[in-house]
Write a protein that binds this ligand. Structure first.
Ligand code: 1CP
Length: 348
């Protein structure tokens, strides 16, 4: 499907400076919205929600209806790929995802790349439904986890603090662990290409745990797989912008941008706007990076921070977003305030 070249988010990702900046929020659909909680009780569990096209499409559209963001991010999860590969997955309330850990070569051998497209068909169906429902100015954003971040969940079996299993496997046996990453690169390319074919105009690679790897492992397990995914997607869909979000990359953001070939880079909360403007904005469109807790705090703190971020970054290619996802405690009216502030904002 062709993409909407005139949509503000697409134009910003092509390198234009746009006032007011286009915006969307990571985890913009979710537990902070009453309409999400009302829909949530209709499904037995989270995986079923992601694999029921009418529900996934509805959840994608809920925040866009309320706030008119410039981007509608598909309601799904980065762990749908391991699920489609055949790894057992459940989501527990307050604990998050639980997977049957993959510990070695035999574990990789049980994953079935050949079945992912049929298992993920409901996700592509949801993309088609959203594409049909969206107006002409809102951009449909597809996504996947990066191979490294997805591998952390596949190997640890859950969210982790120290990442001992996955890091020690990567350090001890780069060849064996590399087989898992290679498989994830291939699966992620197919997964994202199919989302694009179904109507996703932009895709984002979430690398939430990029920041736990030092060099040279960061180059090998974060940059290199991302570069391969970007190259493969660009061959098939040269006009579709790709955003990378290597959370916590710190001093390695610059290398990440120049070596992966992404069009836009999502910055986490800790990256100073002045540094982003001076060192990164000439390399890629900047997306970010308001502290999600400011959306809980609201009031003058929120207003000052939003204006300052727009002043610092609004003079170049910029997409307003958070530095991480919307938190469940966020009062919905503070997101409304944010929408109003952005609509009235002027670049420096
Ligand atoms: O109702 C619930 O309790 C489920 C909460 C929830 C939601 C709303 C989960 C469980 N996933 C999602 C949706 C989701 N996940 C989206 C939807 C689109 C959007 O509005 O942004 C996206 C983009 C994701 C991506 C995702 N899932 C990431 C990357 C981004 C990030 O937040 O760092 C990660 C790490 C996951 C794994 C995941 N899914 C859910 C949980 C609780 C977790 C674990 C998070 C962790 O380890 O801290």
């Amino acid at each position: 499907m062709p993409i909407g070249q005139n949509k503000p988010l697409v134009r910003a990702l092509a390198g234009e400076s746009i006032t007011p900046p286009p915006w969307w929020l990571m985890r913009q659909a979710g537990r902070y919205l009453p309409e999400y909680r009302a829909t949530r009780v209709k499904a037995n569990d989270f995986v079923e929600m992601c694999l029921t096209p009418a529900i996934a499409a509805e959840l994608t559209l809920q925040p866009v209806r309320r706030y008119r963001m410039d981007g509608a991010i598909l309601f799904s999860d980065i762990l749908m790929l391991p699920y489609a590969l055949g790894q057992a997955l459940t989501f527990r309330e307050r604990e998050g995802p639980i997977l049957e850990p993959i510990e070695n070569h035999a574990g990789i051998g049980r994953l079935k790349l050949g079945q992912i497209m049929s298992h993920l068909e409901p996700v592509f169906d949801a993309v088609r439904r959203v594409a049909e429902a969206l107006d002409t100015r809102t951009t449909l954003i597809g996504f996947a986890g990066s191979p490294w971040t997805v591998a952390t969940y596949m190997v640890e079996g859950r969210t982790s603090r120290e990442f001992r299993q996955v890091k020690s496997w990567a350090y001890r046996d780069a060849k064996g662990f590399g087989a898992l990453i290679d498989l994830l690169v291939e699966g992620t390319v197919d997964f994202l290409a199919a989302q694009m074919a179904a109507g996703a105009e932009v895709v984002q690679l979430f690398d939430s745990w990029a920041g736990i790897l030092p060099e040279p492992a960061f180059g090998r397990w974060v940059i290199e797989p991302t570069r391969r995914i970007v190259a493969a997607l660009k061959r098939r869909f040269p006009d579709h912008p790709i955003i990378g979000f290597p959370r916590g990359a710190g001093l390695l953001y610059e290398r990440y941008i120049t070596e992966t070939g992404i069009d836009g880079v999502g910055l986490d909360t800790m990256v100073p706007a002045g540094y982003a403007r001076a060192q990164l904005q000439q390399l890629a469109t900047i997306q970010g990076n308001l502290d999600p807790v400011l959306l809980i705090a609201g009031g003058a703190a929120l207003e000052t921070a939003v204006k300052e971020l727009c002043r610092m970054l609004g003079g170049g290619p910029f997409v307003f977003n958070l530095g991480h996802g919307v938190l469940p405690e966020t009062p919905p009216e503070n997101v409304e305030t944010l929408a109003t502030l952005l609509a009235g904002s002027n670049a420096a």
